[in-house]
Design a binder for this molecule. Structure first.
Ligand SMILES: Nc1ncnc2c1ncn2[C@@H]1O[C@H](COP(=O)(O)OP(=O)(O)OP(=O)(O)O)[C@@H](O)[C@H]1O
Ligand SMILES: [Mg+2]
Length: 156
């Protein structure tokens, strides 16, 4: 059984390292997976998603237009990229259509949709360490993500 407090911290030394980590994660995702990214401005959330998109074989360039709340990309699985920076805390944009769909949902500022997230999801907390390094704290909720993070940490 997973203990409630299980968490894993990884330090990444460059944007490319963050992207590579995202790419490996992207290859592991299954239909319906939900990932919540939490962290201050400029801590690397979009950078990680660019890697995830690569891992999911998305051809388009992934960026963050903060006036678009959800952007869908075609890949080996659909990628639903949410950027909730500008959303009001209680606003419901119809999350259920995506979060319980067949794609992979990745939410920047995911804490703003906390009431809509399924219990089983992967939370990643980003912290600024220095100009080029960040800490990524993985908090897997549910066996599937616990197993995924264990595999992610097995082989760098
Ligand atoms: N180790 C690192 N990992 C990720 N980004 C890094 C790292 N070191 C430096 N950076 C830089 O930090 C910035 C991170 O920007 P990014 O848009 O990914 O952050 P964000 O968390 O999505 O920001 P926002 O909250 O504005 O959406 C980029 O300019 C990137 O090059
Ligand atoms: Mg961003």
């Amino acid at each position: 059984m997973q203990s409630i407090s299980e968490r894993f911290e990884i330090e990444v030394g460059s944007p490319d390292e963050t992207k590579r980590l995202g790419e490996r994660l992207g290859r592991m995702f299954r239909p319906g997976d939900v990932v919540s990214l939490v962290g201050e401005l400029g801590t690397g959330k979009t950078t990680l998603i660019q890697g995830i998109a690569k891992g999911l074989c998305v051809q388009e360039n992934v960026s963050s237009a903060s006036f678009v709340l959800m952007q869908e990309y075609k890949g080996s699985l659909p990628l639903y990229h949410f950027d909730l920076y500008r959303i009001e805390n209680e606003e419901d944009i119809g999350y259920e259509d995506w979060l319980y769909g067949s794609g992979v949902s990745v939410l920047e500022w995911g804490e703003k949709a906390l009431d809509h997230l399924p219990f089983v999801h992967l939370k990643i907390v980003f912290s600024y360490l220095s100009q080029t390094s960040r800490s990524l704290l993985f908090v897997p909720k549910g066996e599937h993500f616990l197993e995924m993070i264990n595999r992610l940490l097995e082989k760098p």
